[in-house]
Design a protein around this ligand. Sequence first.
Ligand code: HEC
Ligand SMILES: [Cu+2]
Length: 312
Amino acid sequence: MLAMNAPLDYFLHADGSASKPVLTLDWVFASIVVAVCIIVGVLLVMALFRQRAPETVLPREDDGLSWIVVGTTLSVFALLGMTVYMLATLEQISKPSRAPALTINVTARQWWWQVEYGADDPAKRFSTANEIHIPTGEPILIVLNSTDVIHTFWVPRLAGKTQAIPGLTNRQWIEADQPGIYWGQCTEYCGVQHAHMAFKVVAETPQDFDAWREAQAKPAALAEGGGRSVFMSQCSGCHAIRGTTAAGAYGPDLTHLQSRQLIAAGLMTNTQDHLSDWISRPQELKSGARMPNFDLPAGDKAALLSYLQTLR
Ligand code: HEC
Ligand SMILES: [Cu+2]
């Protein structure tokens, strides 16, 4: 039932200009480190097996000094070179080549990601969760905050790690060359459900992105029926549904819940059964999550579930 199925090698690829220089740096550094280990190993084995005539006297004082000089010089140059290369890479990825086309506010929370898209027109602003859509081929600015503890935002294929710290705003830019789904994960231990704090970056063509954005900005379709009033009485304190009076900001915005493929930050796929299970026992599925178990009468539960299905 776990929906986190990021490919295992997801951190060994780079798909945008914020991550490519870092991946090259990784491989260069890894090669140097492995080469040094091999050289040291070979020298050690050679020294261990070197035969010395039994009558040999202890080495003279200057014996071996030239090797020390060679070794030290090589190390100094290698380390210096690596430092310069690393600083150059950091500089290269510190800023995108042109101003970001879009700014997305991401707030890390125990244990999910709130994702907000701003707009000059208040009617076009919206909030979603755990799924960040971006257009391809454009640098995107992620403005990071946290409401509780320190988390770390990491989409390995698109950029390096950036901390989300309460009371501090950090910035990270990302860019995807090709449409695709790029897995992200909180990479700073932030409590028991740290491992279940995943998210997805969905990169799509600018046209697809605009269509998505337009659909998300719309309020929820009007739905009457019992389910809506169950939602208003039980859930609206924590969850917002734009177009209704539900304006809770403690949990994910559910206006377009059905447009998301996963729920509870990558824990489960978004199916009717999983939603039903999630509402009944979040404390068993994601123990410690900030949503209580709901033991609703069967009729209310069924009505609530069909109401949730209307949130497309
Ligand atoms: C005390 C606040 C609170 C109440 C009340 C509450 N929730 Fe939640 N809900 C949360 C939080 C916090 C999360 C995020 C949990 C996580 O992923 O760690 C959440 C997650 C969810 C999700 C998954 C959304 C997503 O995109 O991942 C659904 C669906 C949901 N709640 C439905 C409901 C329903 C239906 C009710 C009413 C029966 C309800 N919630 C009541 C706090 C609450
Ligand atoms: Cu976290």
